[in-house]
Design a protein around this ligand. Structure first.
Ligand code: HPA
Length: 287
């Protein structure tokens, strides 16, 4: 494992991506239009994939294994709602100790295998007072506190095979994809929230003062993932749809309700997974 402070060379990253892509191509030939990344407790969505080829991350060169409960750690390739999708059942997080180039490697591998679209999900804490546990939020923008503090996945030599040195992030979350998600949600009778996702490193949950800070800077939800993959996908010119499942709501003072826990997150994810599935299938069938 490379320490985050010593990013590898462009050639190394490209070679790692190509080796992984070659391995996947040999097992599941053809191109894959959509990469779907499933967050904490949302893995069951992959069970709906038809004609599936299942590859454990441990068998794919360069893929890090997920160490977190609720993340299966397998790649499922097949057909979902008429689209050829590559589904990551579980992801890696910065707090697990993996460097960001490795956490985001699967996005680049998907790009090499033809992916034009990233649909990325996560479990998040609700900060917006109008959000309730069980809500789904379409991400309209993000605040990458981890990146702003010096851990951007593009730090190091630019991997010019994929994109430019200074990619812009003005429209990181595709408005047309959000509109498709709204249509799909409406059709399924689900109310879809929209908001700004703030990324923190974790794994400790936020203090009440940190949550008040996040609300003050304009965050609607907070989580420990997603933005790294989104930045790498945008760098590579992919269109992105981000969906957060609200698994707990922020306690902005210490004596407000119970503190959050991973168990609470996993429980709420069971309510959220069917909603996410309906929205994602609706989006895929409209692409
Ligand atoms: N904070 C950070 N990450 C999370 C939370 C939270 O409250 N809930 C689920 N992921």
């Amino acid at each position: 494992m490379h320490a985050p402070s010593t990013p590898p060379s462009e050639a190394f990253i490209v070679e790692q991506c190509q080796r992984a892509a070659d391995h996947i191509r040999a097992q599941a030939p053809g191109t894959w239009r959509v990469l779907l990344i499933l967050g904490s407790g949302l893995g069951p969505l992959a069970d709906a994939v038809g004609e599936a080829t299942v590859l454990p991350y441990a068998a794919i060169p360069g893929f890090a294994t997920s160490t977190v409960m609720g993340h299966a750690g397998r790649l499922v390739l097949g057909v979902l709602s008429g689209q050829r999708v590559m589904v990551m059942q579980g992801r890696q997080h910065f707090y697990e100790g993996y460097p960001l180039w490795q956490i985001t490697l699967p996005v680049r591998v998907a790009r090499l295998l033809g992916a034009e679209i990233l649909i990325i999900t996560n479990a998040a804490g609700g900060i917006n007072r109008h959000f309730a546990v069980g809500d789904v939020m379409a991400i309209i923008d993000h605040i990458n506190l981890v990146g702003m503090a010096g851990h951007n996945p593009l730090i190091g030599p630019n991997v010019s095979t994929f994109g430019p040195r200074f990619p812009e992030m003005t429209r990181a979350y595709d408005a047309a994809m959000i509109a498709l998600a709204q249509q799909a949600a409406e059709e399924a009778g689900i109310s879809l929230q929209q908001g700004v996702y703030a990324c923190v490193a974790g794994p400790s949950f936020e203090t009440p003062a940190e949550l008040r800070f996040l609300r003050a800077i304009g965050a609607d939800a907070v989580g420990m993932s997603t933005v790294h993959e989104v930045i790498v996908a945008r760098h590579a010119g992919m269109r992105v749809l981000g969906l957060s499942g609200i698994t707990n709501v922020a306690r902005l003072s210490a004596d407000e309700g119970e503190p959050p826990s991973h168990e609470e997150v996993m429980q709420a994810a069971q309510v959220i997974a069917p909603k996410m599935q309906q929205i994602i299938r609706g989006v895929l069938s409209r692409l």
